[in-house]
Design a protein around this ligand. Structure first.
Ligand code: ARG
Length: 561
């Protein structure tokens, strides 16, 4: 049962819709004040009345015979609602235990396709720590959309086009060997790339050779294309291993080169609509009126650019999927690029340009310091994951030496730590990844949440899952858990609206903390029969909800830890 909805529907406030009221109803930090609060400050402008008065009027207008809401008060511009706790508890537990792994799911997105462009790796370039956020953020948004009834389309917009492939072929032919590359995969390819840049500094003629090889790929020269395809295959094999570990999936792998034959119509349309201008031989769309540098469509040698491909890709996606929204989960360093090509599409008269959304995120660095692909100073994501698994294994071996399946569990815990570490903070923040922090069992971490799940599991193994239970007098510690449980659907809704999986991560830590407080303060197995059953139900509902939250982030839960 959605209490917020219940209350919102009964508040009489002229000029405000139920949905507006619904979105403003919040859980106050202090339960003593009320169970839900409606802050009236933001309403003051719309209603042209002081907040204190609005609050009083809403209080006076609330139906007195509502069995669910026990008390309505107005305090300092807030309306506070107190709910019958036993009723609330009974309803919430009933809902979670009935819906189980579907608890929190909804059909609010039914019929809406949402394209999500994420991870979008570059062929033959290292898959490094910088790709962590786009990969796990995008994947979490994918799962979340699906859970809320949308039809997500996961797209890996591969970076499989560009002059760097000419460089790579040149380097491979000069210094590479098939065996070495087969064995070393992406790392060996990157070593070649680094070597090319070192040698090209001494011998600039190499750059011409690279350009020539790139031209050969474009002209579909068999040998060059075969080499490129091989590089691509090696890359996808390497990144596939990481996607498997992180439980990340895609529906489409259409990369930049997929649009090779889809750009001419774009150029034609731009020209027809009078949007193309020549500038130093290049074809551009002037964006000065919008305070941006021009968007270059064709270079002076006729080559297309990253933006040209993105424009063609957006049109293709609209035609193919008829998306409701198209999200691009890409670092904020590319803010300008997205603003520019979104604008170009708008100028072309695509009314759906407003549905393109750049989901920007901040940088991840390691405590060890910055990296540089060209110079070969790279922190491979695979190494970061491996190290987390290793550390998790050591911690688990120390905490619980007799545990079975240690390897499996260390993997779940280690991978979870990497994902959670990247998702815990608001996405736009730059973060410094710290192994000790993400694997702190007492911190705000996935292992803390996983450990809480293991604790709940062990309670249920001993006590059995609750059959009949009835909430009578609900203690504050129990009530905190109940409230948190009932807030889950609303948190998911918010997380989707704001494209913030961090809300789910924080929610999980909050719920785990509240459950642990309850666990340490209240007897479960030793309580009287009625109370025991209620507390077992509370425990089971918590476990279900924590699992659901983590699984939306791509994180598993071991039964024991
Ligand atoms: N491959 C690009 C990069 O690594 C990201 C592509 C993002 N997606 C897009 N449609 N532009 O920077």
């Amino acid at each position: 049962m959605d209490f917020k909805r219940h209350i919102a529907a009964r508040i009489g406030a002229e000029g405000l819709s139920e949905d507006e009221l619904y979105s403003k109803l919040a859980l106050p930090p202090n339960t003593e004040m009320g169970d839900f609060a409606l802050p009236c400050f933001r309403l003051a402008k719309t209603l042209r009345k002081p907040p204190v008065r609005i609050a009083e009027e809403i209080r006076d207008g609330y139906p007195a015979d509502d069995a669910l809401v026990k008390e309505v008060t107005a305090v300092n511009g807030y309306v506070n609602f107190k709910i019958d706790r036993a009723f609330w508890a009974q309803e919430t537990l009933g809902e979670v235990l009935k819906k189980r792994e579907r608890y929190g799911a909804s059909s609010e997105g039914a019929g809406k396709v949402v394209c999500i462009d994420y991870s979008s790796v570059n062929i033959a370039k290292p898959f490094h720590i910088g790709h962590l956020s786009t990969t796990v953020l995008g994947s979490a948004l994918y799962k979340l959309h699906k859970f809320l009834g949308y039809e997500p389309v996961g797209i890996n917009h591969l970076g499989d086009y560009g002059t760097q492939f000419g460089k790579l072929i040149s380097a491979y032919k000069r210094w590479g060997s098939r065996e070495e590359i087969e064995k070393g995969g992406l790392r060996a390819l990157n070593a070649l790339y680094v070597r090319f840049h070192e040698e090209a500094e001494k011998d600039p003629a190499l750059e011409d050779e690279a350009r020539a090889f790139f031209k050969k790929i474009e002209d579909k020269d068999a040998e060059s294309v075969a080499l490129f395809e091989w590089f691509k295959e090696l890359t996808l094999k390497d990144v596939g291993r990481i996607y498997d570990l992180l439980d990340v999936h895609f529906d489409s792998w259409a990369g930049e080169s997929f649009y090779n034959d889809k750009m001419q119509p774009v150029v034609d349309e731009l020209r027809e609509k009078g949007l193309l201008k020549e500038s130093d031989g290049a074809q551009i769309v002037d964006l000065e009126a919008y305070g941006m540098p021009p968007c270059i469509i064709l270079r002076s040698d006729g080559a297309s650019l990253y933006a040209t491909r993105d424009i063609a890709a957006a049109i293709y996606r609209k035609d193919t999927y008829d998306f409701y929204k198209c999200l691009y989960v890409v670092a904020y360093q590319q803010n300008l690029h997205f603003k520019q090509f979104f604008k170009v599409l708008e100028l072309m008269g695509k009314e759906w340009a407003k549905d393109l959304i750049h989901v920007a995120y901040g940088m991840v660095s390691l405590e060890e310091g910055a990296m540089s692909t060209r110079k070969g100073r790279v922190v491979y994501l695979e190494d970061v994951i491996a190290r987390c698994i290793e550390k998790a294994r050591a911690i688990i071996a120390e905490k619980n030496p007799s545990l079975e399946n240690k390897d499996e569990i260390a993997k779940t815990v280690g991978v979870g730590a990497v994902i959670f570490g990247a998702l815990y903070n608001s996405k736009i923040k730059d973060i410094t990844f710290s192994y000790d922090k993400v694997l702190n069992f007492e911190g705000e971490t996935s292992c803390y949440v996983q450990y809480t799940c293991a604790r709940a599991n062990s309670v249920l193994m001993k006590g059995g899952s609750a059959r009949g239970y009835a909430a009578q007098e609900v203690l504050p510690q129990e009530f905190e858990v109940i409230k948190q449980l009932s807030d889950f659907p609303a948190v998911l809704h918010e997380a989707l609206e704001k494209y913030e999986p961090s809300y789910i991560a924080r929610y999980a830590v909050d719920l785990a903390q509240k459950y642990n407080k309850f666990y340490f303060d209240c007897k479960i197995l030793g309580a009287a029969e009625g109370e025991k059953n209620f507390r077992l139900a509370l425990t089971e509902a918590t476990l279900i909800t924590l699992k659901n939250a983590l699984s939306l982030l791509g994180i598993g839960v071991p039964e024991k830890m």
